[in-house]
Design a protein around this ligand. Structure first.
Ligand SMILES: Nc1nc2c(ncn2[C@@H]2O[C@H](COP(=O)(O)OP(=O)(O)OP(=O)(O)O)[C@@H](O)[C@H]2O)c(=O)[nH]1
Length: 290
């Protein structure tokens, strides 16, 4: 499967984020809790330089809670600040300000010692398409969108959203594209809906999803599609799933397009239960056979 990655998009997005860096104290990096590594822009460290950052594992409601905890522990062991959130329901959002204050304590203490009056922390959300940036902004905004006048250094007035008294958020998030470094990253992005279906080979994506379920959540796969044993032959597996779910073409043949679509749709929805498609890197390396 070839998924295009456009360097032009990337360069523009990068310029925009870099331009806004000077306006803010902290970055909120939004990733998908189901694929925390694949949903990052691999150049983000370089792009945001030394800006303090809170990693927000969004859509945590759709991710496996045990694995989300492993990710949180992993970030902690790396000295990084991460919070699991559900932007739709608003869960976890109340931890964001406190975590930001903690990260910026030294800076604010320094400002205070120089006699500068403390002001609200200024933040910007960055993340790949469809990761939930707008949902989070709207949820945090609660209509508290405040127009500010001239901000030194920018020609365009920035809109700041007040989040309580202590935090202000830039109203436009930074879009940072994922990079399909390898096939698997692309497939994970596709499976979670970060990539438009029109540029995908759905058969490949659904097969990846089925084999992933077989490996990590075999019981869910079996019960969802009424399988006693999971066929090793790809066609047999598709036949079994398609037949059970009535994905048939004329003549009673299995409609493989329909079957693939159904599988991908169900993996993306709550039908299969919460799923996490990757673990922190060290874990994956440990698990890789010699
Ligand atoms: N289940 C769940 N769905 C979410 C959550 N956050 C966002 N979504 C859904 O994810 C989809 C994408 O959300 P958006 O807020 O539009 O994402 P975005 O990052 O602004 O997307 P772009 O505008 O493409 O960059 C929407 O259908 C949201 O309802 C979450 O925490 N949990």
């Amino acid at each position: 499967m070839t998924i295009q990655w456009f360097p032009g998009h990337m360069a523009k997005a990068r310029r925009e984020v870099t331009e806004k860096l000077k306006l803010i104290d902290i970055i909120f990096e939004l990733v998908d809790a189901r694929i925390p590594a694949s949903s990052r822009n691999p150049m983000i460290d370089e792009i945001i330089q030394h800006k303090p950052r809170v990693i927000l594992l969004n859509k945590a409601d759709m991710a496996d809670p045990v694995k989300t905890n492993e990710w949180l522990e992993y970030y902690k062991s790396q000295g990084k600040t991460a919070i699991a959130i559900n932007s739709q329901a608003g869960n976890g959002l109340n931890q964001i300000t406190a975590a930001s204050k903690k990260l910026l304590k030294e800076k604010y203490d320094r400002m205070e010692s120089r006699g500068i009056k403390p002001r609200a922390i200024r933040a910007m959300i960055v993340g790949i398409p469809n990761v939930g940036k707008s949902t989070l902004i709207n949820r945090l905004a609660k209509k508290n969108i405040a127009k500010t006048g001239n901000t030194p250094g920018v020609t365009k007035a920035q809109q700041w959203i007040k989040v309580g008294k202590e935090l202000e958020l830039l109203d436009t998030p930074g879009i940072l594209w994922p990079k399909f470094e390898d096939q698997e990253v692309g497939l994970r992005l596709a499976l979670t809906g970060a990539i438009k279906d029109t540029i995908l080979n759905l058969h490949e994506v659904s097969l990846y999803g089925l084999r992933f379920l077989e490996r990590e959540y075999p019981d869910r796969l079996k019960s969802r599609y009424n399988l006693d044993v999971i066929p090793q032959e790809t066609l047999e597996l598709f036949d079994a799933v398609g037949k059970f779910r009535g994905c048939l073409a004329s003549g009673g043949f299995i409609d493989y397009d329909k079957t693939a679509e159904l599988v991908v749709r169900e993996i993306r929805s709550e039908k299969m239960g919460p799923l996490t498609f990757e673990l922190p890197i060290e874990k994956e390396e440990e698990n890789t056979p010699e």
